[in-house]
Design a protein. Structure first.
Lengths: 85, 543
């Protein structure tokens, strides 16, 4: 399993549009991808779950990828988060 | 039904006058949903998948249309809706309910939509609370597809009187503007998107009409008389001929007005006044030119910020401002900086609820407190100023210190642009006079700024202490109150003492009963809705 943490810097947090884009990206990989925030866990391939975490600016999230392409999935998501959130 | 309804008349609040007659097109929101036991859950699930596929196609088409008309970032909401429809949890929940309770797809979709919406509504974050509406929106779309009440195909729409409970920007964007004869809604405010659209398009619009939508049918005939504040459904022959007579009269007036194009705004005794137009978006510039306005006296830049879910970028704003000033050529374009707050809200600003929003955190106050928002806009404005006759105007100023603070900020931005070698120009800078405080110190303000533009809507509300949306206060409300006219006199005199000019950009500017008075007071400019330009010119030439 690949795991990394990231602190959200975007003013609005993971709101609708970036959540949708993140889901689109996560779906490109066969690995399961999860986002954890303060003990709550959401499937990164489901937009409602992800938005439901209520991630705001300054919060730390943990991203876990598990499966055949976990390396690539984690790298792609980290890049996306840094560029967009 | 039609018989019983014949000649039924309702009164509402007029947003824009004018008269028209045509076929009704009803936009209904919530189809009635009944819980029905079913025998074949698999077939029911197939219906859901079919409805989802159609919904995705509809949303993709909406997205394409919105990108062309209002830009990519405003269109993004339709893309988000598509993603929500692909959410496994949502679809699983619907299918699970069909399977276990053996109920119809419509009911399962509706209940699941409510549950998911409830989840968002229960979150602390106001932005997320607002997403509950998105979930309801996609659920309503699915139910509509399931029950065969597919969305109205606006491309095939004949010219129609649009009747609805209320209209959202996402609904008006779908309509072909040339085929809208009038708007009639049960709810809505005079400052709503629909209201502004009606003023811009010069079509009658009524809000607050106490009609029962279940009694009205698409295809009925309706007469909408904005001047009388009335709508008549299934008019009698007599009512029809009355309306036709009035419509003819209006058309004749319009034709005569066209002859005033290219003529000067000059009274018989040789006094002149500038007549400019108010706009809210880049696409409105067409109306400005069509009506021969001398310039743009108020470009409400907040409409670039509304109806979307993130701030517009510097580049996006720059392109919008640049396009407007370039299209207007030598003519003056006065752009008002962000005037958000009070009745104009965008979720992503996260402004929070206020006890008293009209007296709250809004307009220039937001810009001075959140310089990161202001900087983006000022950079875009200074850059666009290099391409034409652009002026900037700041809303809701109440003190000399604020003006100094704004100027210092503009200077800071200027240094940034200079260092980065980005082309720019420092435009003419003025302020809105819309508080009694600004009126009382207008002598001091006039020394600092290049011009004044009096925002009579807010000035009247603050001076008379009357909320214009409150219908109980209508008897107390006097738009021609002496206090307002004395204030206008004071502002104009103080401006002229310093060699500056003063205009009016509120609704009062288009009030033809006051045109003579404004000329006598020495008002230099009136900025009015585009369709009013020639009417005011006609009035001036008759004085």
């Amino acid at each position: 399993m690949k795991e990394f943490t990231y602190v959200i810097t975007d003013q609005e947090g993971i709101h609708a549009r970036p959540a949708g884009e993140l889901v689109k990206l996560a779906k490109e990989f066969t690995s399961s991808v999860c986002v954890l925030k303060e003990g709550k866990k959401a499937d990164a391939k489901k937009v409602f779950g992800l938005m439901g975490l209520g991630v705001k600016k300054g919060m730390e999230i943990t991203v876990q990828a598990e499966g055949e392409d976990e390396e690539a999935a984690a790298a792609a998501l980290e890049k996306f988060l840094k560029e967009n959130l | 039904m039609a018989e019983k309804f014949s000649g039924k008349k309702f009164s509402g609040k007029t947003v824009y006058s004018g008269i028209t007659m045509g076929k009704v097109l009803i936009l209904r929101k919530d189809p009635q949903i009944r819980r029905v036991k079913i025998a074949d859950p698999e077939a029911e699930k197939e219906r859901v998948y079919g409805a989802v596929d159609r919904a995705k196609q509809q949303l993709a088409a909406l997205y394409e249309k919105a990108v062309k008309e209002v830009g990519e970032s405003s269109a993004a909401i339709f893309e988000v809706h598509q993603m929500m429809l692909e959410d496994d949890d949502y679809l699983d929940a619907i299918c699970h309910m069909i399977q276990t309770e053996m109920i119809n797809a419509e009911y399962a979709v509706s209940v699941t939509g409510d549950n998911f919406a409830g989840m968002f509504a229960g979150m602390e974050d106001e932005y997320m609370q607002a997403r509950a509406a998105d979930v309801r929106d996609i659920s309503v779309r699915l139910v509509r597809n399931l029950s065969g009440q597919e969305e109205v195909d606006f491309s095939a729409m004949e010219p129609s009187v649009i009747v609805a409970d209320d209209l959202s920007p996402s609904e008006t964007v779908q309509m072909d503007k040339k085929r809208i004869l009038a708007f009639v809604t049960v709810h809505g405010s005079t400052n709503s998107h629909t209201a502004i659209l009606a003023r811009m398009m010069n079509i009658p619009a009524l809000i607050g009409v106490p009609m029962d939508l279940s009694e009205i049918r698409t295809g009925m005939t309706a007469i909408v008389d904005g001047a009388a504040g009335e709508v008549i459904f299934e008019p009698t022959e007599f009512q029809c001929s009355e309306a036709e007579r009035k419509i003819k009269g209006e058309q004749e007036k319009l034709r005569l007005l066209q002859e005033l194009k290219g003529k000067r705004n000059e009274t018989r005794d040789g006094r002149t006044i500038q007549i400019y137009a108010n706009i809210g978006s880049v696409s409105d510039v067409g109306y400005v030119l069509e009506n021969d306005a001398g310039g743009i006296g108020l470009f409400r830049s907040e409409f670039l910020y509304l109806g979307r879910d993130d701030f517009p970028s510097e580049e996006e704003q720059f392109q919008a401002y640049k396009q407007v000033v370039q299209t207007m050529g030598q003519k003056k374009v006065i752009i008002r900086t962000l005037d958000i707050g009070a009745d104009k809200q965008a979720d992503y600003f996260d402004l929070g609820k206020e006890e008293n929003p009209a007296l709250g955190y809004r307009a220039i106050r937001i810009c001075l407190k959140q310089p990161e928002i202001f900087r983006t806009q000022i950079r875009a404005l200074l850059r666009a100023a290099a391409y034409g006759n652009l002026s900037v105007m700041y809303p809701m100023v109440i003190s000399v210190e604020e003006v100094k603070q704004i100027y210092a900020f503009v200077e800071e931005v200027e240094q940034e642009l200079k260092q980065a070698q980005i082309p720019y120009r420092i435009p003419e800078q003025g302020i809105m006079i819309e508080t009694p405080a600004a009126v009382m110190i207008s002598d001091e303000l006039a020394e600092l700024v290049d011009f004044f533009s009096i925002g009579t809507n807010d000035l009247t509300q603050y001076t008379l202490a009357i909320d214009r949306q409150n219908q109980k206060l209508e008897d107390f409300y006097d738009p021609h109150h002496k206090a307002i006219l004395r204030m206008i006199r004071m502002v104009v005199e103080n401006a002229h003492k310093c060699g500056k000019w003063a205009g009016i950009c509120g609704e009062l500017g288009a009030d033809l009963e006051l045109t003579r008075e404004f000329l006598d007071l020495g008002v230099d400019e009136l900025s009015v809705a585009p369709p009013m330009v020639l009417k005011v010119r006609e009035k001036v030439r008759g004085i």
